[in-house]
Design a protein around this ligand. Structure first.
Ligand code: UDP
Length: 251
């Protein structure tokens, strides 16, 4: 690692490790090859996934940055390592749905693939011990994770991310079905998009085929045992690379 020297491990999640660095306002994120689904009931090692997710996230963060959406991203350190600003992550999973899929179809009568316009924004409480439950307005108030103003701000930012990514993906023949983002506050109190944006956190359907299985290029390939997981992430990477400049190297 050239530009930064690693300090202690701050946090280890299912797909990433976060380390302190020798620079106080920079942390390093390592993207692992571990794949998990269904609250870690299903696990595997997928060689190359960490690097692909890191590279895709870097390209998407830089795209968002160019569109005026603030993120924690600073630059790449190694193929599967990224430098980011330290952020106090709000324990909310902010999901935006442009088409019905996944849990939505299990929880209400809506056929998979139904277009949702305007997009639906769902907030989940990020806590594995509770199984990341969908929140109601009353429960969100009760949890006091954000003020009403901050909630407004985070929902506006999430819709901006959706517009910006939907357009980018459409330009490379990918349909952004839904995605999850996490947001947090930097030391100066500004709200930024954190975590990652990758085929682990987005549903992406290939518009170049109508085959309902072949079109899936995201983590549903792992969840549903469809095979070709890393190859599909590789296809997403190849297309995103075609639509964006090379990601910058930190330092
Ligand atoms: N998602 C995620 N992390 C989670 C839950 C969901 O990244 O812990 C993403 C998921 O990949 C999809 C979107 O959020 O792109 C909506 O997921 P959904 O609520 O349909 O749940 P799932 O079907 O993943 O259980």
């Amino acid at each position: 690692m050239t530009a930064v020297s690693l300090g202690s491990l701050l946090y280890e999640g299912k797909a990433k490790r976060v380390f302190q660095t020798s620079t106080a306002d920079v942390v390093a994120v390592e993207f692992k090859d571990d794949a998990t689904a269904f609250n870690a009931l299903k696990k595997a090692q997928l060689e190359g996934k960490g690097t692909l997710n890191c590279q895709i996230s870097a390209l998407l963060f830089e795209h968002l940055e160019r569109q005026g959406v603030p993120t924690h991203y600073l630059g790449l350190i190694e193929p599967n390592w990224m430098a980011v600003r330290p952020v106090r992550v709000i324990p909310l999973e902010v999901v935006i749905r442009n088409r019905a899929a996944g849990s939505l179809c299990k929880q209400m009568p809506i056929a998979a693939g139904t277009l949702i316009d305007p997009p639906l924004l769902d907030l989940y409480y990020k806590d594995d011990a509770f199984g990341d439950p969908l929140l109601t307005d009353a429960r969100l108030d009760r949890l006091q994770l954000v003020t009403a103003e901050q909630r407004q701000q985070l929902e506006t930012l999430a819709h901006q991310v959706n517009l910006s990514l939907k357009e980018l993906f459409a330009s490379i023949d990918l349909d952004l079905v839904d995605f999850k983002i996490e947001l947090g506050f930097t030391a100066d109190g500004s709200l930024v998009v954190a975590d990652e944006i990758s085929p682990d956190t987005c549903r992406l359907w290939d518009q170049r085929t109508t085959d309902p299985t072949a079109r899936i290029l995201d983590k549903d390939r792992f969840r549903q045992d469809l095979g070709q997981v890393v190859e599909s992430y590789g296809e997403v990477h190849k297309r995103v690379q075609g639509g964006c400049p090379q990601p910058r190297i930190y330092g």
